[in-house]
Design a protein around this ligand. Sequence first.
Ligand code: GCB
Length: 622
Amino acid sequence: MNDSLLYPEINEKRSYRMLDGIWKFAFDEEAKGERENWNNGLPGQEYMPVPGSFAEFFTDKKRKNYCGNFWYETDVFIPEKKEGMKQLLRFGSVTHRAKVFCNGILVGEHEGGFLPFVCDITAVVKPNGNNRIVVLGNNELNERTLPCGAVKIKKDGTKLAKPYFDFFNYAGIQRSVWLMEIPETSIKDIDICYRIEQKDAEIRFSVVTEWTGASPKQLCVKLRDEDGKLVKEILLPVDENADAENKSGRTDGTLYVEDAKLWQVLDAHLYTMELFLLSADDTMLDCYRQKLGIRTVTVRDGRIMVNDQPVYLKGYGKHEDFDVLGRTFNWSIAKKDFECMKWTGANCFRTSHYPYAEEWYQFADEEGFLIIDEVPAVGMMRSMHNFVDAGTGKYTYFFETPTVSELLANHIRETGEMIARDKNHPSVIAFSLLNEPETTSEVSREYFEKVFEAARRFDPQQRPLTGALEKNSSPEKCKCFPFMDFICLNRYYGWYISGGEDFDEAEELFCDEMVRWDRVRGGRPIVFTEFGADTIAGLHDLPGTMWSEEYQKEYYEMNFRVMDRFPFVQGELVWNFADFQTGEGIFRVNGNHKGIFTRTREPKSAAFILKERWSRIPDRTA
Ligand code: GCB
């Protein structure tokens, strides 16, 4: 990982321009674009919004379900750059993989559809002229990359994505694109850790710098409170020898803050760390302003602690999903979602099943929301309907595949990229490294041991690590929960298991499993990361039958009864915040309807049950 993933910023030394808008677009069914030099310019006259999920726009199935290579192009006038600067393209994400060309020349490649990447275009830019940016994207699924799935080749040769997961395989340039100009000698990465002692706090930081010419000499660090008042200032040397070969240095330091205003659940207070990189003669070479929230996260005595106080997680598993927008980030939808979540009394969400756009985390930092940040490790079970297979007990082998070492390398790389991107958000209280993989075999144990070990190395804050387990990962059979700091369970008692006419059996079965978890959990708290029932808004029935709003209410009442019996349950994230789009099939009615809100965010009746319950459960206890 050589690129700096710091979020773009405009300041004394840095500038950017967003390239969002209408780009030229072309499907490339025969994968002939590279041969035919489309990197120099696309044929045809199709246009596409950037960011956008292309599947949402088309009225015919062929283009909606398109699987394979696709291309984007835009022309950008780039003025002559200032001396000592470099020009970068930053993509918030391209799903699932991309090659980027500038003026026909390959400037970068990236695998993984939910994390940002940066391409240095300095050497190929035509200054004071038009520059052509072309992106070759691809949305095929396989078992070597995340998330997992397959591609079916139809008789006519067209490809069809076959996800091993339950959300629509939206693709394209789904997040913003920035053209950035930053100094060649620059701040590359920032690690921040906290220690809190009574009213005071210690902020330990480590700043990585890189340079081309003369090395930077000093780093000036200023801390400002939320009113902009200067709280602390220090000047430190840059250790140029930290990685002299790569012209990369490091500065470690500590700021002591008296009477620190802590970042608390639903009571956020953010400081700003201003970093100024200086030359030997005190010229400012680069600067960066990093927001931070002073808070610690630990798991102790079976509790999840923020600032040494137990918090109970209330909230949702979500998706980046909305009508027409597909998986595109939109500030207004995010605002609406936070308002709906707060209205129900929630304090937490999981970024199921992939890292969301960075703006979600910025918003959560400001709102005091807690995030379980999840890597796109979903579909690691060879099953199109793992939600159904989960209950059957059948062995859904996965990690025996000969390509598993490639998958593992990608899993570790993406975990590293996610943590590098998100490590300084106070809202991120844990990383989830898996969703419902096969975990009962020795090979799965060996696999996940390596993933967890790598994640612990990557996170400077040593946050709790976890992962969401499905029903086959039972207390007796799961070999991977011992790697977790708290155990996350996805359970559907009363829906996939003992649903409908068998509902009366569900509660007992659920309780029985909880008793068995208590025997093996070894003091770890348990958080429910999924439980829910498909519900068609407006469908009413007495007595409540499956799919009706009454059934969803009864379902939640029963589930909460069970959870309340077991004090080691330390969180409940219902599935899902809102109805969302999936592939077509006999289990889905134009998408998954387990939302508490509809896809357009109208509340179903169960929303009022959550609101009533969560307003009674305190966010933190003494
Ligand atoms: C699960 C999956 C989630 C599905 C959900 C469901 O276990 O983790 O992606 O959407 O079940 O609704 O079936």
